[in-house]
Design a protein around this ligand. Structure first.
Ligand SMILES: Nc1ncnc2c1ncn2[C@@H]1O[C@H](COP(=O)(O)OP(=O)(O)OP(=O)(O)O)[C@@H](O)[C@H]1O
Ligand SMILES: O=C(O)C1=C[C@@H](O)[C@@H](O)[C@H](O)C1
Ligand SMILES: [Mg+2]
Length: 295
């Protein structure tokens, strides 16, 4: 973020503090009293001049009886807040059900050709490349690796993209590549993805809206032994192969992503299965192949 962009946030933040204070019907003097901040400081913040610290922001939010997140997020949409309130009471299973119901009514069913575009998601060593290539060959449809398409989009290697443009740049090329691949393959494709694709909501939403997603999973030990066999430990914390540290890191990453991967349309567990068995499981998990031209 440039200094100029950082400064542009301050008037926006000031307007939000003012709007919340108005909604609560609090004078600036009251907010100062309740938060322990000075009236002068609050006046500066509200007019976009004060570069407020996290602690002061927290104090103002608490006095307004909201969380710091609510203070920072975009203007609340009452209908969305009502829905969020309802969803927040559900457990994980109920949330999955709610997601299915909502996406069936309002979601991505109308995306042309979606069911024929298979995206394989999952952690490294899941078998995305191995099984993806075989599934595509069997179906007689193209096989693409998203990471290679991102490199094509950027005209340079993955390392260079990250070096030159950072994570943000990588994600931008990734979204462009996703658009292009889905536009180019109305008659079907099998695509592998990078393990972290689920971690940015906007990208994962785009992926799910245009591709039928299958989570290929395994247990941590198998992920690790498959990755070690390939001799490249990314993204796990290790310079010396399958250390305890690397396995702990893998477990942490898997745990933190499990609920996201689980949003896939289908799950195939490759643990203790041969490649041949998993290919059969994958075939069963994906929609039947439509004859070309029939939509
Ligand atoms: N049941 C199975 N299904 C898939 N692959 C398996 C299975 N059992 C063992 N393997 C082996 O695990 C490895 C999976 O590697 P692969 O490169 O396909 O994973 P990947 O998901 O593409 O990983 P990356 O994210 O690094 O690209 C292969 O060497 C494959 O032979
Ligand atoms: O799971 C991950 O976070 C990653 C997986 C790899 O495919 C690479 O995309 C990168 O090392 C990050
Ligand atoms: Mg791969």
């Amino acid at each position: 973020m440039t200094e100029q962009e950082a400064r542009a946030i301050l008037p926006e933040l000031g307007a939000r503090v003012r709007a919340w204070r108005a909604r609560r019907g609090m004078t600036r003097k009251q907010l100062a009293g309740d938060s322990g901040l000075s009236e002068r400081f609050l006046a500066d913040v509200e007019s976009g001049k004060g570069n407020v610290s996290i602690n002061s922001l927290e104090a103002a939010a608490r006095a307004l009886n909201i969380t710091i997140i609510e203070l920072l997020q975009d203007a609340p949409r009452p209908a969305l807040a009502r829905l969020n309130g309802l969803l927040a009471r559900l457990d994980d299973n109920q949330l999955d059900q709610a997601y299915q119901v909502l996406s069936a009514s309002f979601g991505r069913g109308d995306e042309r050709g979606r069911e024929q575009r298979i995206a394989l998601i999952g952690l490294r060593g899941a078998g995305k490349s191995t099984l993806g290539a075989q599934l595509a060959a069997e179906r007689g449809i193209p096989f693409v690796e998203l990471d290679r398409e991102i490199e094509r989009e950027a005209g340079t290697s993955m390392n260079e993209i990250l070096l030159l443009h950072g994570q943000g740049g990588y994600r931008r090329y990734e979204r462009r590549a996703l658009f292009r691949i889905s536009e180019d393959h109305a008659d079907g494709v099998v695509m592998t993805t990078g393990g972290s694709i689920v971690s940015e909501r906007e990208t994962f939403d785009l992926l799910q809206s245009r591709f039928y997603c299958v989570w290929l999973k395994a247990n941590p030990e198998e992920h690790m032994s498959r990755v070690v066999a390939q001799g490249d430990m990314r993204p796990f914390e290790s310079s010396r192969g399958a250390t305890r540290e690397a396995l702990d890191d893998l477990r942490r990453i898997l745990t933190s992503r499990e609920a996201l991967y689980a949003r896939a349309d289908a799950v195939v567990d490759t643990a203790s299965r041969t490649v041949k068995q998993s290919l059969k499981d994958l075939e069963r998990a994906v929609p039947a192949l439509e004859a070309k031209g029939i939509k």
